[in-house]
Design a protein around this ligand. Structure first.
Ligand SMILES: N[C@@H](CCC(=O)N[C@@H](CS)C(=O)NCC(=O)O)C(=O)O
Length: 201
């Protein structure tokens, strides 16, 4: 079994899904959470692209959340069974990445008043546009691909979990299929266990 060391900041952000995938697969990993103010400036130049998350696998470092996620998902059996399923998972994950890029820009805003205004606009206009599409792409049994849990479902949960604290309302009200996706992810026993640990952090 390779040794895995995942490094990210102390918050959920882009590493939340990666920690969940390790947990869901029952794969041991070192969960390093660094301080942005005190540790990051010195650490940044040592990373491949000046960004986190990074994953060290037996001494080899890779970056980019989705490259890391895809690899862990394969190890965890959550990456689809055929090339077509893999591509459909990538389609969802890449769609979520588009949403994440917009959200991350707003989240980083330093001025609290501007941030609140931008978040309201995001919640009222941008987010429903994405969610309407995702609702149609999810099945009524609450999966994006096939009838089993895949990392597309886990990534969707991770994105909503991160965003919802910054939004003025529950973003999934009225989205039956997406609500089911969240239920399926959170009822996975290993994920439920990990979320309990996260809450205690
Ligand atoms: N496309 C990259 C984006 C990574 C990214 O933007 N990371 C942010 C944290 S979420 C970062 O490292 N920020 C610190 C910096 O750029 O100095 C990925 O998905 O991993």
């Amino acid at each position: 079994m390779p040794s895995y060391k995942l490094t990210y900041f102390k918050h959920w952000g882009r590493a939340g899904v990666l920690r969940l995938l390790f947990a869901a697969g029952g794969i041991e990993f070192e969960d390093v959470r660094i301080d942005r103010e005190t540790q990051w400036p010195d650490f940044k130049p040592t990373t491949p692209m000046g960004q986190l998350p990074i994953l060290e696998v037996d001494g080899t470092i890779i970056c980019q959340k989705r490259a890391i996620g895809r690899m862990i998902a394969k190890k965890a059996g959550l990456a689809g069974k055929t090339p077509l399923e893999e591509a459909r998972i990538d389609m969802i994950v890449d769609g979520l990445a588009d949403m994440e890029t917009i959200f991350a820009g707003l989240y980083r805003e330093k001025d609290e008043k501007t941030k609140l205004e931008n978040m309201k606009k995001f919640a009222g206009e941008t987010l429903p546009m994405f969610l309407n599409n995702f609702e149609k792409l999810a099945s009524s049994s609450g999966h994006f691909v096939g009838d089993v849990l895949t990392w597309a479902d886990v990534d969707f949960f991770a994105m909503v979990f991160f965003a919802k604290d910054h939004l003025p309302y529950d973003p999934l009200t009225g989205y039956a299929n997406l609500t089911k996706v969240i239920d399926n992810v959170t009822s996975n026993p290993r994920i439920a266990e990990w979320m309990k640990k996260e809450a205690a952090q």
